[in-house]
Design a protein around this ligand. Sequence first.
Ligand SMILES: [Zn+2]
Length: 238
Amino acid sequence: MYKINSLQRINKVFLDIFFPESCICCSKFGEIVCYDCREEIKKEKADSENIRNINWVRAYLSYKNEKLKKVLFSIKYHYLRSASKYLAKIVYEDFYDFLKDKLSFYVGQELIIIPIPISKKRLIERSYNQTEILIKEIIREIKEEENLDLEKNIYIDLLIKNKHTIKFAETHSPTEREALIKEAFTVNQKYDKDFLENKIIIVFDDITTTGSTFYEARNTLIASGAKRENIFGYAVAH
Ligand SMILES: [Zn+2]
């Protein structure tokens, strides 16, 4: 359903260049995600009851919101990379508050932000990792609005996804998802054990359903020297 071939992709790029932008949520002329739709998306928060057992993970917005779903899908499956800039505008304040809270508690410790990686196969297919471009846009927004530059704190090559999992957001039960993601990650050899030891680590993902990706990432990081209590997760949507 979400497959797109290279011709369609070139066509999309062509359309982006020669035809003016309109909102992917309401078709209003102007921005890819208009101000009104951004405000509407912001209002529907994630139902924290569902993830209350994972107190080290924050999920901000509700994935039940149809407009947010559209924006996330556009970035992930329709190669609309530029929509991430608008999603960052929706998310950056909450992410900034989340960071401030962690940093005030762990004064003096170095912060590392890790976007959940995708497999090599998926990277070739999609040409970019959506969590990576999204976190970069969020950090750019924080730099512009809050005058805090965290660009050097993003580590895109620290966690590697070596297992190619199929797109499982809607298609599998929680137990199946857990099995699929198991041992999917490794830590890049260039970072030795001491590197992760005293860092505050934020693992960033676009969507979390059960938190199994976060658990797997955390287990991998702990096995490579990170402290369990120093690892947190942040998801845009749940
Ligand atoms: Zn709109």
